[in-house]
Ligand binder design. Structure first.
Ligand SMILES: Cc1ncc(COP(=O)(O)O)c(C=O)c1O
Length: 410
């Protein structure tokens, strides 16, 4: 008998990313010129250093010590933060449905509190088969089951698989919680088309005749979409949700502001009925109070200042990195095409993922790449290449090198 709770999973947490990153670091110390470290999940500049946006952090340094020391004025976050998040997240859509914003500890806090708000222990959450691994970790930690849907049918979203997963889960429970990470999906860089969003809302409305349907839309990477003016336009589809559908947008300041370590995010709840929004808010708030208590005050103040007072300078600086990502991804995609390296349909974002026949091939290729000093992250049905941290000169030729290793093991 263990001291830990009966349902605890005692296998040590060996996050695939940290394991691969550790191996890369060791090799880098011995072979600095040979190593390509594509394991990193944060944005690095062309100088090979972590990006910390000046338009964000200079002001943070000037924030009064007492603002940094203080608890936030509200348990849901400060009013200014909550208002600014709503207008930032829905900018250029004019979305005006009943909504509420709860400040969270990172995007992680927004995702976990969404799972805890809508599902009882033992119930099932639906996640993509290729996904950020924390979704399934959260599910198991909170005694939820997770089922997956096939994310792709060829190069498109597999809506039939989503429907069948939702119908199956709907046979067991009233509430159906579907997790999507769109746009700029981690790890494939896929973004759904407007038509796919339209069809998804139709599907949710259809299933909502007999169920409460909740969509968790994780937008952690949204601000790295290639077209700032259009990247949120899909949210207009939310206007059509039925009374039995709720949308929970999980926003993260980690990537948007280069705030990874400052742990700030928000859950944005949207529904047709104000009362449903208020009920959800109450439950989110209790999760917040009993988990991280208050979101950090100074990061909230900085977010408010950046998006309201310093927006132009911020966008100038931040969008310059979107261009950097565009250059890196175009080069990798072009070279992958030329050498016949199969990748998932990347559109935008931090990562590109190689498509493999099966997980066995994935494992072999991942290990063979390490022997050639190329460090990547093994994911379900693929291998993730973090172009977010690879300067263009390291990207150049990389697809060809990977293809050569792949041909060598075939
Ligand atoms: C898909 C996805 N969602 C959410 C997050 C949450 O990030 P954070 O908790 O740092 O805001 C991450 C971070 O890597 C992520 O990759």
């Amino acid at each position: 008998m263990a001291f830990t709770r009966k349902t605890a999973d005692l296998t040590p947490l060996r996050d695939a990313i940290y394991v691969a990153a550790e191996a890369a670091r060791e090799d880098l110390a011995k072979n600095p010129d040979l190593v390509i470290n594509a394991t990193i999940g944060t944005l690095f500049g062309e100088d090979g250093k972590l990006v910390a946006l000046d338009s964000v952090h200079d002001h943070f340094d000037r924030i009064d010590h007492r603002v940094k020391a203080a608890y936030a004025s509200g348990l849901s976050g400060t009013d200014e933060f909550r208002e600014s998040v709503w207008s930032w997240v829905t900018q250029s859509t004019g979305l005006d449905l009943p909504h509420s914003v709860i400040a969270t500890a990172g995007g992680t806090g927004a995702v976990l509190s969404t799972m805890k708000t809508f599902l009882d222990e033992g119930e099932t959450v639906i996640i993509p088969d290729i996904a950020w691994t924390s979704y399934s970790l959260m599910a198991s930690t909170y005694n939820l089951k997770a089922v997956t849907f096939d994310m792709f049918d060829g190069d498109h979203l597999n809506l039939a698989s989503i429907r069948s997963a939702m119908e199956e889960v709907g046979k067991q429970q009233d509430r159906i919680l579907l997790v999507l990470n769109d746009p700029c999906h981690n790890p494939t860089g896929y973004s759904m088309t407007r038509e796919e969003w339209h069809a998804l809302v139709d599907l949710m409305n259809d299933l909502s005749k007999d169920h409460h349907v909740i969509l968790l839309d994780d937008i952690a990477y949204i601000d790295y979409g290639h077209d700032l003016a259009d990247v949120r336009s899909y949210m207009n589809e939310f206007r059509r949700i039925s009374d039995n559908v709720m949308i929970c947008i999980c926003f993260s300041c980690s990537k948007t502001l280069t705030f990874y370590g400052l742990r700030l995010g928000a859950a944005v709840v949207i529904a047709q009925d104000q009362k449903d929004v208020e009920d959800a808010h109450t439950v989110y708030l209790k999760t917040a109070r009993s988990t991280w208590s208050n979101a950090p005050n100074a990061p909230m103040a900085d977010f408010v200042w950046v998006v309201n007072e310093n927006r132009e300078a911020y966008l100038k600086e931040q969008q310059s990195y979107v261009k950097v990502l565009q250059a890196r991804s175009s080069l990798f995609k072009q070279e992958a095409k030329e050498c016949g390296l199969d990748i998932y349909p990347y559109k935008e974002g931090f990562f590109i993922t190689l498509r493999v026949k099966d997980n066995e091939e994935g494992k072999k290729l991942h290990a063979a790449l390490m022997r050639e000093h190329i460090y990547t992250v093994l994911v379900n049905k693929g291998i993730r290449v973090g172009i977010c941290a690879l300067p263009l000169e390291k990207v150049r030729g990389l697809a060809g090198k990977i293809r050569a290793v792949q041909l060598g093991i075939e």
